[in-house]
Design a protein around this ligand. Structure first.
Ligand code: PLP
Length: 386
């Protein structure tokens, strides 16, 4: 992988040490150019002129195919969304919940997992079981805790593939084995996985998976995708509906719901320009390939963790074992709140990272465009904070 060449195409790399991809990834030139080109075309030629309109339809079809290919799903099992959370809400609000249905999740989760779960408790009397995990809980223990929590009322296991708080990589294939034999739904939040680790829906065989375009894929904010396994599409009712949610949209006197197609979740207008940018972003990460990116991100985070593990005053929260790790590394600095540490890294070193709330920590995101020198710079800056 030619990291220097990759960096030349991402302007932010020339201006600062950007280690915050887990929040929002920096876009390459080509992504922003694709967005601008499409906006210019619409401005100059009109968005509904037949050629412009048709080119937009092509972009919409191409982004759907690119997202499906990225996660090895069929195009019929995918719809383009605005972000991860929209996809998670489509599933959570589209399934039928009854009093006592149990949702198993854990306390390392993002609010986009916890809040849609609690809303089913609030509205329908579902029971949210929040398992207590250590920030670097080992996989045997994760599986044991999930297995122990399952009852004959468990309807869903809802987790992130990669925990945003500590970068812990969940043993999703093993969890799938626990759920499949008991006919329990598995919904995965892929906010921290798409473009970061290689994804294969056919191999994983999970039920629902939602991804964003703006984080590890380096696309613009506003484009994501939702996967629903083919045989489950009809079980998820669309919450918001429009023409494509009907098989007879033009008939004012008759109505037939669109049950089988992912199109039922699509509303009306959307930003083709942003989708053009997302398409370019997928091309950009597909060049080195996500499998190679996954290894590079792991190499970088290993260097960071090895350099910090014995530093007095720095406490790593993330797992050390490579199979449980990702490019996300969380830690605390003695005597300082994560917020203070994040602010000082920016003000004193031009290092951009973020704090996470539970467990409280400072989080560094390392992606393929980051360099070993930048990791070293982060290590030195953290030592100086101590
Ligand atoms: C695990 C997780 N889920 C959901 C989100 C929200 O992502 P989006 O803006 O794509 O909905 C994030 C963002 O940080 C996240 O880390």
């Amino acid at each position: 992988m030619d990291v220097l060449k990759i960096r030349e195409q991402i302007p932010v790399c020339q201006n600062m040490t950007y280690v915050n991809t887990g929040w929002s990834g920096p876009s390459p030139f080509s992504v922003v150019k694709a967005i601008k080109d499409r906006l210019d075309l619409e401005m100059n030629q009109g968005p509904t002129t037949s050629e412009v309109y048709q080119a937009g339809r092509d972009i919409q079809a191409n982004i759907k195919t690119a997202m499906a290919d990225l996660i090895n799903a069929s195009v019929d099992e995918l719809c383009v969304t605005r972000n991860t959370t929209e996809g998670l809400n489509i599933v959570m609000n589209g399934l039928t919940w009854e009093e006592g249905d149990e949702i198993i999740t854990c306390d390392l989760e993002h609010s986009s997992v916890l809040i849609p779960s609690y809303y089913q408790q609030h509205r329908h009397g579902a029971v949210v079981k929040v398992l207590q995990f250590n920030p670097n809980e080992n996989r045997e223990s994760i599986l044991e805790k999930i297995s122990d929590a399952i009852t004959d009322r468990t309807k869903m296991v809802f987790l992130s593939h990669v925990e945003y708080s500590t970068g812990l990589r969940m043993p999703v294939k093993e969890i799938r084995q626990l759920t499949k034999s008991r006919e329990i739904f598995m919904l995965l939040d892929g906010a921290q996985s798409a473009g970061h680790i290689a994804l294969d829906m056919k191999d994983l065989d999970c039920d629902f998976y939602s991804i964003p375009g703006q984080k590890w894929l380096l696309g613009p904010e506003g484009v994501g995708a939702l996967y629903i396994r083919q045989d489950l599409i009809s079980q998820v009712q669309p919450t918001f509906v429009a023409g494509r949610s009907s098989l007879s949209p033009g008939n004012p006197y008759g109505f037939e719901p669109n049950v089988e197609s992912m199109d039922k979740f699509l509303l009306t207008s959307t930003s083709v320009a942003l989708q053009a940018g997302a398409l370019e972003a997928i091309r950009f990460v597909n060049d080195p390939g996500v499998a190679a990116i996954e290894e590079r991100d792991l190499d970088l985070s290993t260097i960071l963790k090895q350099a910090l593990v014995d530093v007095p005053g720095i406490n790593l929260l993330s797992p050390m074992d490579r199979q449980d790790s990702t490019g996300l590394v969380s830690l605390t600095v003695d005597g300082m709140t994560p917020e203070e540490a994040v602010n000082r890294l920016w003000q004193e070193h031009r290092i951009v990272c973020r704090q996470v709330s539970f467990p409280p920590g400072l989080r560094i995101s390392l992606h393929f465009f980051n360099t070993e020198e930048e990791v070293e710079q982060v290590v030195e800056a953290l030592k100086r904070l101590v």
